[in-house]
Each structure stands twice: as C-alpha cells, then as structure tokens.
Design a protein around this ligand. Sequence first.
Ligand code: RB5
Length: 153
Amino acid sequence: MRIVVGADHAGVSARVHLVSWLRRRGHEVFEVGAPTAMAYDYPLAADQAVAKIRAGAAEYGVLICGTGIGMAIRANRYIGIRAANCTDVLMARAARSHNHANVLCLGARTLEEENQEAILESFLNTDEDQDPRHERRVEELDHPMPGMQAVRS
Ligand code: RB5
C-alpha cells in the first residue's frame, strides 16, 4: 500500500521506527512533516499528509504527534479524510471497519513502540465493513447539517 507518514517534533522518532516497520513489510512510504526534533507545528504536518491522500498519491495516512489528538483534529477538517486517534487494537479495527478511517493518528508520548506497531498492523489488516448502515453513516460524515459551516473542502 502507499502510505504517508507525518509527524511533528514529538513524533519524529516514532515516525523513523514506523516507516522502517512499514517498508520492511513492502509498503511504499512517504514521509512528511518535521524533518528533525526541532519544534514543528502539527497542523502543518497533518496538512501535508492530507494533501498526499487527496492527490491520490497515498491510500492511507499515519499521523504521529505527542498524543495523536492535534493531528486528528486537524486532519478531520478536510472532506474525505476520516482520521482516528487510536490507543489500542480494538479501536484501530473499529476505525477501519465501522468508520472507514483512512488516517490513523498515534501518540508518541502516550503509546509504547510495540503498541504503536500493533495498532498500525490492526488498522492496515482490517477492511471496511460494507454493511449499508456503515456506508450510510460514513457518507453522512461529509454532509454537515444544512446551514452549518462545513469543514474545509
Ligand atoms: C507538542 O508539544 C504537542 O502539543 C503535540 O505533539 C500534540 O500532542 C498535539 O496534539
């Protein structure tokens, strides 16, 4: 699979580890965001990953910051992006299966390396559940209530 992996300064070393983990498994990986552990704003890293996905260059994104929270908030501003901040394998499975998540957010400061790997593996190995109830709900995500400000397109 083609996967874009983004990090802010807090996620740089986790990115190094997960990128090599992904490449060993044969994935094509793009790295975006912080080049070093110098302070780097997570919205910028999330934007770069979203741009890759929306351009069709990557099917999935992995976004790593201190907690995964800021990355998820930012990435979910964009139509077509379904970013899930997961802290265990069950959440990763449900994010793919029920929410058709295309971006996994991880916390470098909240998860051990082996948990990050297990969550990523679970995310990549789970297919979207095509049951009409899930399809309908996922479709609803990109259609805000009439009159409400939409997320950025
Ligand atoms: C950076 O200190 C930290 O705020 C960031 O990595 C992230 O946890 C934000 O959600």
